[in-house]
Design a protein around this ligand. Structure first.
Ligand SMILES: *[C@@H]1O[C@H](CO)[C@@H](O)[C@H](O)[C@H]1NC(C)=O
Ligand SMILES: *[C@@H]1O[C@H](CO)[C@@H](O)[C@H](O)[C@H]1NC(C)=O
Ligand SMILES: *[C@@H]1O[C@H](CO)[C@@H](O)[C@H](O)[C@H]1NC(C)=O
Ligand SMILES: *[C@@H]1O[C@H](CO)[C@@H](O)[C@H](O)[C@H]1NC(C)=O
Ligand SMILES: *[C@@H]1O[C@H](CO)[C@@H](O)[C@H](O)[C@H]1NC(C)=O
Length: 408
């Protein structure tokens, strides 16, 4: 009797193992998040060059958030539209016919890696607002909820006023009241709107002492000098000099494995020249060549809020059909005539002394007899906020004038 039962038990276990193995393997992606971050990095730099060629003001955006939103739309698209998004996001090499969920799965893994344990304060939200006349394909809805934690909401766009306040209220809720009045106008013919919000509040690993912050000149250009609150900190930092480019690089670490990389053109080097030279390869070479030394850092406090209508930028990167009448979004909805009317991207950043007063500055060993080198950010500069373990760029921007809050 006992023997008999045991046999059954064993058989069951064996059956379970052989049954489970292939299922488990199917969830192991055939590429890594490093493959994805490399592709994302190229996309980020390409998009940056497009934005900077349209704009001579401050710039701030989240490439990760934009590529994530379009990776979500990728799953709803087919035909030419699908091919264009893949190419625009630079993800063609990660598309596998036998593994249709590879790209969304990698995005999910990347987001999990970055926000590990919830210690990083990165609030990311995605929502699709869809005209009520369209019904969403179940597979698409499942995937977008599973991999991107996105919400899908049905909106009566014909009622412009009502839908504006609905969308604005939704975003306000999602961003803990930090982003209000995101939309002011809305086309009554809107069919599909993708909204993506991202909010970052980092605390420096080595906070600046607010007592040392004082007004100092910032040279916007040869003719325009503004007074900005300049923060000061002396400590050991990682920095490097890109001689070929004519710019210096400084890494300012936040807590939670994220850093801000500042790229400061040398005196007399025009920032528009640097604009065109920023590439993924260069970015990675800066990180690789950083050296530790004692530095006196002077960095302006700044606050930026930016908003971009990506439907005006992405067509320049080959993504045209998704915004046109030839859009193929048949995997999102079977109904005809669906195209993306608007992609609004809004990002906010505040750079100040601490973020948390509790962590007092620990000014470590000032080397005697050798004066520290000085890194003074008193002219237009670039910055990249990136996750160190993955080299994933969460945000990037350019500051032409630190006291001008609204770049666009
Ligand atoms: C969308 O693309 C698929 C695959 O190429 C094609 O079969 C379908 O006819 C296209 N639909 C539309 C509306 O363009
Ligand atoms: C959309 O649906 C509403 C009712 O839900 C209807 O009044 C309207 O005519 C429809 N619009 C189109 C373009 O089909
Ligand atoms: C926003 O949150 C409030 C209270 O939590 C809720 O009453 C309201 O329905 C929410 N609005 C949207 C658009 O989700
Ligand atoms: C700033 O100065 C005030 C007043 O002198 C002092 O109480 C405070 O401890 C200083 N803060 C830091 C972080 O050094
Ligand atoms: C996050 O990604 C990096 C780089 O691929 C890897 O070294 C690290 O182990 C990952 N962490 C987790 C918890 O997956």
């Amino acid at each position: 009797m006992g023997m008999h039962k045991m046999k059954i038990g064993l058989i069951l276990i064996v059956t379970c193992i052989t049954f489970l193995t292939p299922v488990h393997l199917a969830y192991l992606p055939s590429a890594t998040i490093s493959d994805l971050t490399l592709k994302n990095l190229d996309f980020a730099m390409n998009l940056y060059r497009k934005i900077s060629s349209h704009d001579d003001k401050n710039i701030f955006f989240s490439p990760l958030s934009i590529s994530t939103s379009f990776a979500a739309l990728l799953m709803g698209s087919d035909g030419v539209t699908h091919k264009e998004i893949l190419k625009g996001l630079n993800l063609g090499q990660l598309e596998r016919a036998d593994e249709p969920e590879l790209i969304p799965r990698l995005f999910q893994l990347l987001h999990e890696n970055i926000t590990q344990g919830g210690s990083l304060k990165l609030e990311h939200g995605m929502a699709l607002f869809l005209s009520q006349n369209f019904s969403v394909e179940e597979v698409f809805q499942d995937h977008i909820e599973k991999y991107f934690e996105a919400d899908i909401r049905s909106v009566d766009f014909a009622d412009s006023k009502g839908s504006i306040s609905f969308v604005n209220e939704y975003i306000k809720n999602k961003t803990q009241d930090k982003m209000t009045d995101m939309l002011s106008t809305l086309d009554a013919l809107t069919k599909l709107m993708l909204i993506d919000t991202i909010l970052f509040q980092g605390s420096w690993r080595k906070p600046f002492n607010p007592n040392f912050t004082s007004n100092a000149p910032f040279h916007v250009n040869n003719y325009n000098i503004v007074q900005v609150p300049m923060m000061f900190l002396e400590d050991k930092f990682y920095s490097m000099h890109d001689v070929a480019l004519g710019a210096k690089v400084l890494r300012l670490p936040y807590r939670e494995g994220v850093s801000m990389l500042i790229l400061l053109p040398n005196k007399g080097v025009d920032y528009t020249v640097i604009d065109d030279a920023i590439t993924a390869k260069r970015f990675l070479s800066w990180i690789k060549e950083l050296q530790r030394s004692t530095l006196e850092v002077n960095l302006p406090k700044f606050k930026m809020e930016s908003s971009y209508s990506l439907q005006n930028l992405l067509p320049d990167m080959g993504m045209t059909s998704i915004f046109s009448n030839t859009a193929n979004l048949t995997r999102l909805s079977k109904e005809e005539g669906l195209k993306v009317s608007e992609v609004v991207h809004k990002a906010m950043i505040e750079v100040d002394e601490t973020g948390t007063i509790a962590a007092a500055a620990t000014t470590s060993g000032i080397i005697p007899y050798s004066l520290p080198r000085i890194f003074t950010v008193n002219r237009p500069f670039f910055f990249f906020i990136y996750h160190e373990a993955t080299n994933c760029v969460l945000f990037m921007g350019r500051v032409i004038n630190p006291i001008e809050n609204h770049p666009s």
